[in-house]
Structure formats: C-alpha cells, structure tokens
Design a protein around this ligand. Structure first.
Ligand code: 3EB
Length: 311
C-alpha cells in the first residue's frame, strides 16, 4: 500500500505467518487532524490523541561514555518522544510498540534487550517521568532489520488507567537477574479515545511471578499466556465500570519465534477463546530466549454514560 506521505506509517519488518499478504492497521482520529515531523518522529494528531513513529539507525551512535549504540538510540528516541509531547501538550502516554533488531544477542557485555531497557529508563528519568506505577502499556519484540530501532506510540490528554496482573510481578519491579534496569511498562492501559474506551493489553508471555514457565513447550506457553491475558482482563473489568471486556472481543497480535509452532499456537488460542479469534500471526524474536511467543491484544467499546450523567 502506498501510504499518504503525511500519514505516519510504521513498517513492521516481520513476516506474516497466517497469510502471505501484508496487513495494515489504521487508527482513525476525528475532527481536525494535524501532522508533522519533529527530529526523527513523524506524527499526526486530533484534539485528543497523538500517534507517532520513529525509525532510528543505531549506526548514528558510537559506543562511548559507557553507553552502547542501542542504548543511546533508545534514549534518544524516547527523549524525542517526551520532548514532543511536552511541546504539543499530550502529556499521557498510552501505549508503545518497540521493535528492536537482534533483541536476544549480546554485545558490549550486555544482552541487547537489557541495553534497550537502560536507554528507555534513562529517558523516562531524564524527563521526570514515573518509572514505576504510572507507566504506559508496551510490547518489545526482536526483528532481523539490522541495526534498526522502530518505535510507535499513542499519547493523549486524559490520563489512562494503568493495569497490572496479579499473577505477575510488575515488570518495573523485575529483579536484577533480568538486567541492570527493569523494563518500563505496565501490563495494560485503559484509555478514553473519543467516544470509546480502549483497552491496550501489553505484550504478554508465559511468565508467572517473574519466571518463565514451560521453557520448551509451546502449547503450555500459549495456555499460560492466555491465563495472563484473562487475569489482566479481569483486572480491567474490576477497575473499569461499566465496560465489560472478554476474550472474544479482543484483537490479537501473536508474535511467534519459530514459524513451525504457529499451527499449534493457533489451535490452542482458538480452543481457549472459543470462537475464531480476530488474530494475526507474525514471526518475531521475544525478549527472553526461552519465550516462544508473546501475545498483545486491543479492544474498544463505546463509552456508556449513566442517564443524567454528563459527558
Ligand atoms: C514480559 O512480560 C515479556 O520491554 O516493553 C512484554 C511487553 C515484554 C513489553 C517491554 C517486554 C515489554 O516481560 C516481555
């Protein structure tokens, strides 16, 4: 598809596994739309919501001052995002998508996902943003697009509700064994977008507490991942009245490490959701070597107002 040059477009360098065709996800704004470019960010916004994308080459950065190129690229990208949001007055971050080249390899004595976590957290801290509690939903996947860091984000003017999963330790409280800095994301965010309430469930994997479960069993990992998504849904439903989200109302993006596992993952997902789920399958690396898949999900529902209650 030839996108309008003014529309920020995130090209995801991942093979689609279910059908050969590529697919395009489109987010609609309403009313007057404004687009622009600021540093490496391309963005477009309406009065309430801003979507932006960044693609940065790590080769623009040299190792130095104790920071690796990926760490610097990450810190630079996130600092640019926060500066733009300050300038345009969209203070609340809803959701990040992070696509990182060779996420599982080591360089400069540190796993690359851990380098990314250092750069991300430093940028949050530099801008005085919370690194625990009030943090956006996110996903972080590995690609084979050498040296390219790709990030997209949605931000707005109404504070989201950040949701954690009682089955898991919050990612921002993971112990040191998963890297010198914890990942900065929440398990889900619940956001008002126009007349809808939107639930963004972060990339979710077979992790209970902080440990990976079922290291070599893709069906068991799918089951555990879906148990986590169910637990996040239950939290969302507890905190968000009167909305009601269930497994069949979600749109799923399934990131699969080994293409040969796709059929088993799909069968298990269909069994658990009951009806044929709205799902796409992409080939990706997941941020821990022993994780075979990661699933993210989104759902939207019209906001319901009580009679007599004003919008
Ligand atoms: C996990 O639960 C799996 O670093 O932004 C999921 C979602 C994961 C987001 C991120 C990482 C991220 O820890 C990995």
């Amino acid at each position: 598809m030839q996108a309008d040059r003014d529309i920020p477009c995130l090209r995801v360098p991942m093979q689609r596994l279910d059908i050969g065709d590529s697919i395009c996800e489109v987010w609609h704004g309403s009313g007057h739309l404004t687009q622009g470019q600021c540093g490496t960010i391309h963005y477009r916004h309406d009065e309430g919501v801003l979507f932006g994308v960044i693609a940065l080459s790590e080769t623009l950065f040299e190792a130095g001052a104790g920071k690796t190129p990926l760490q610097q690229a990450t810190e630079s990208a996130y600092r640019q995002v926060f500066a733009l949001l300050d300038t345009l007055h969209y203070p609340y971050l809803f959701r990040f998508w992070n696509y990182i080249a060779d996420i599982n390899t080591h360089s400069f004595g540190l796993e690359r996902y851990h380098q990314f976590n250092l750069g991300r957290q430093d940028a949050f801290l530099a801008h005085g943003r919370d690194v625990v509690g009030n943090v956006p939903a996110a996903c972080a996947l590995g690609t084979t697009a050498q040296g390219l860091l790709i990030i997209a984000f949605l931000a707005g003017r109404v504070a989201p509700l950040n949701i954690e999963n009682p089955r898991q330790i919050s990612a921002y409280e993971y112990p040191q064994e998963y890297g010198p800095r914890s990942p900065t994301f929440s398990r889900a965010s619940l956001v008002r977008l126009g007349q809808d309430e939107v639930l963004f469930i972060s990339g979710t994997a077979s992790i209970v507490g902080h440990a990976t479960l079922h290291p070599a069993d893709v069906v068991a990992q799918t089951r555990e991942t879906m148990a986590n998504i169910k637990a996040v849904l239950a939290e969302a439903n507890r905190l968000a009245s009167p909305s009601w989200f269930d497994l069949s109302s979600l749109s799923y993006k399934v990131y699969v490490r080994h293409p040969a596992d796709q059929a088993q993952i799909r069968a298990e997902l269909e069994r658990i959701v009951g009806t044929a789920p709205n799902a796409i399958y992409l080939r990706a690396d997941v941020c821990r070597q022993d994780l075979l898949l990661e699933i993210e999900a989104t759902a939207a529902q019209p906001l319901v107002f009580m009679s007599g209650q004003k919008d």
